[in-house]
Write a protein that binds this ligand. Sequence first.
Ligand code: DER
Length: 226
Amino acid sequence: PDLEVLKKAAGVRAAALVESGMRVGLGTGSTAKYAIEEIGRRLGAGELSGVVGVATSEASDALARAVGIPVEPLDPRPLDLAIDGADEITPGLDLIKGLGGALLREKLTEVQARRLVIIADHTKLVTRLGEKAPLPVEIARFGFLSTIERLRALGLGGRLRQPGAQPYLTDNGNYIFDAQLPEQFDPAELGDRIKGTLGVVETGLFLGMAERAFVAAPDGVRKLTP
Ligand code: DER
């Protein structure tokens, strides 16, 4: 089946974990879209009630509203569950996220979730981080060229995300530097070094955060745990 069918299968599987009365973090991207739509369907069918969503992007906020999920801003209360996609998933469920540009609001939201459930098709599976995706790094717009120089001084290759005539702007008004990861690296150590670089807002390394992942392959949806 094509990848969209697989993404939907993973999304529906995760959405089945939502129970009435839950506060749910709603992820961003083409896979999370299916989970959001399914939660909306379940609410509309009367299978669920009293669910509140906290969206990780303007796009997911709009989609949630469109499918009938009441949304509220993130506040210090814990979320019962968060459902989101990823760009890379290791066997230990360390993740690279951010190719959809939502990494800052995703991380701010998902660290407050009691359970972070990742949904993906099998193409996201890697044996180690950096195999398939760059590492998105959200950087302040002001002085971004200086920040990029500081990142290069760490030995990181990469480039400013600029799909068109202007650099990509996140929902937070920041830019993204897509960093090329070295062959071998310690994700926690490198993540801390990048995060500690002046001008860096956040990285797309989500280490040790996911409780489980539903990964859809042609032979079915597998549940992975760390
Ligand atoms: O930007 C993000 O972190 C998204 O979760 C993204 O990385 C996954 O998007 P996809 O499901 O469209 O591949």
